[in-house]
Write a protein that binds this ligand. Structure first.
Ligand SMILES: Cc1cc2nc3c(=O)[nH]c(=O)nc-3n(C[C@H](O)[C@H](O)[C@H](O)COP(=O)(O)OP(=O)(O)OC[C@H]3O[C@@H](n4cnc5c(N)ncnc54)[C@H](O)[C@@H]3O)c2cc1C
Length: 393
């Protein structure tokens, strides 16, 4: 029977472990605190279209594919565990605050149309009719009906329960290093040796046929990775707020993403009365301090769009570290070391991409074949870029 050790139990490691166990793989999942990374901070928007920037068409396709799987993924999780995920699918409204902001929204509309994605253009009046909490100054917007959201904390709890029910062994410890089997037990860049498991913090070892590296922004730091297998992942800080609608207060009915005087802000409503306001994007290394400036900017822009939120209870401010890559897309599949599989670098979209990532990686572990959908997302794309000019490909 095939075995795997998955390092990291964020939304990606949890999903991979669950799906792999369902495919008959014997899985050990190592993480000192499952669900504690970027997963804990994330807003949980499932919005592939509004996340797509220019030249990210492959990523848009992967996101759309993952969103397509979400209703079944969420229903299966709840069916198996009895736990909610907060999944809802009521679309996203993107709004522009002033004339320049509306021009940004119009550009986005053109981009969406070029990708063949339908979004409905809304006048200011239509925006307000659909979302009466919006400020009357909002100039207009777009409605994307297929988008949705999930509560990442609920999702992680349900995934952990599902993984356990499916036979995954959870080890609440960090992996301290990679075990490599080979002539001398050392990993080498030319492919000598094979990943054989993980050494845990208490010194014990878990051996397995496959090692899946899903440790979010900390993935490159695992001791023992040969240079060719180190994913180009860096921490990208995001500060985010959680507010609570007062009793008898009104809530937004869908995600609202706004451009406010050139800055982006989003509001994600939850059925339990939470309203998430996010998020900053800062290149600060591994810094998770919540700053007065970060909180102020988010509240200022959110209040510009929804003035009534000053009456909401302030429940939480938190900063998380997104696993960013040079092209904003994840790194999936084989690495420079046989037996080591990468499932990391999901940057701003790991919650969205969890179902499709889990399926691709679980399938690879079970069959040794990588689905074509993963081709644009392997480590090979960075290795190609590193080649000097004139090098034959
Ligand atoms: C503010 C903010 C808002 C976001 N909003 C959204 C959103 O709306 N939609 C969306 O799709 N995505 C969103 N994201 C992005 C999303 O959170 C990430 O892409 C996703 O969490 C990545 O999942 P992961 O499992 O790879 O990493 P993480 O969630 O960071 O989990 C990594 C896990 O690995 C563990 N770990 C680390 N090192 C080790 C080790 N050596 N051994 C064992 N375990 C280890 C950690 O404890 C952690 O539990 C947001 C992120 C932030 C910060």
């Amino acid at each position: 029977m095939t075995s795997a050790v998955v390092i990291g139990a964020g939304v990606i490691g949890l999903s991979v472990a669950w799906r792999a166990a369902q495919r008959g793989v014997t899985v050990t999942l190592a993480d000192p605190v499952p669900g504690s990374g970027a997963t804990r901070a994330a807003a949980g928007m499932l919005t592939p279209v509004s996340e797509a920037a220019y030249a990210e068409k492959d990523l848009l396709g992967l996101g759309a594919e993952s969103l397509r799987r979400y209703p079944d993924f969420a229903a299966e999780l709840t069916g198996l565990t009895g736990l909610p995920t907060g999944f809802r699918r009521d679309g996203t409204m993107q709004v522009g605050y002033d004339a320049d902001d509306l021009a940004v929204i119009e550009e986005l509309h053109a981009l969406q149309e070029s990708f063949g994605v339908a979004a409905e253009r809304l006048t200011a009046r239509q925006c307000r009719k659909a979302e009466p909490l919006l400020d009357p100054s909002v100039r207009g917007g777009l409605l994307t009906t297929g988008d949705g959201s999930v509560d990442p904390r609920l999702l992680a709890r349900a995934l952990l329960a599902a993984a356990e029910k499916s036979g995954v062994r959870i080890v609440r410890q960090p992996a301290a290093g990679l075990l490599v089997a080979g002539e001398d037990g050392e990993a080498s860049e030319d492919g000598g040796g094979r990943a054989a498991g993980a050494r845990l913090a208490d010194g014990s070892e878990v051996t397995a046929d496959w090692v899946v590296l899903a440790a979010g922004w900390q993935s490159p730091a695992l001791a023992g990775l040969p240079p060719a297998a180190v994913p180009p992942v860096r921490p990208v800080k995001g500060q985010i707020l959680r507010l609570r609608v007062p009793p008898e207060g009104d809530q937004l009915s869908r995600c609202v993403r706004g451009v406010v005087r050139g800055r982006s802000v989003y509001l994600v409503p939850r059925q339990d009365g939470e309203l998430v306001v996010g998020a900053t994007q800062e290149e600060m290394g591994a810094d998770t301090r919540v700053t007065a400036g970060g909180v102020w900017e988010l509240l200022r822009d959110a209040r510009t769009l929804v003035p009534g939120l000053t009456e909401f209870e302030f429940a939480e401010a938190i900063a998380g570290l997104r696993p960013g890559t040079p092209d904003n897309a994840p790194v999936l599949g084989p690495s420079g070391l046989p037996g080591l599989v990468l499932a990391t670098g999901h940057f701003r979209a790991g919650v969205l991409l969890a179902p499709v990532t889990a399926e691709i990686v679980a399938d690879y572990l079970a069959t040794g074949r990588l689905a074509a959908a993963a081709d644009p997302f392997t480590m090979a794309r960075f290795q190609r870029r590193r080649q000097p000019e004139g090098t034959p490909r």
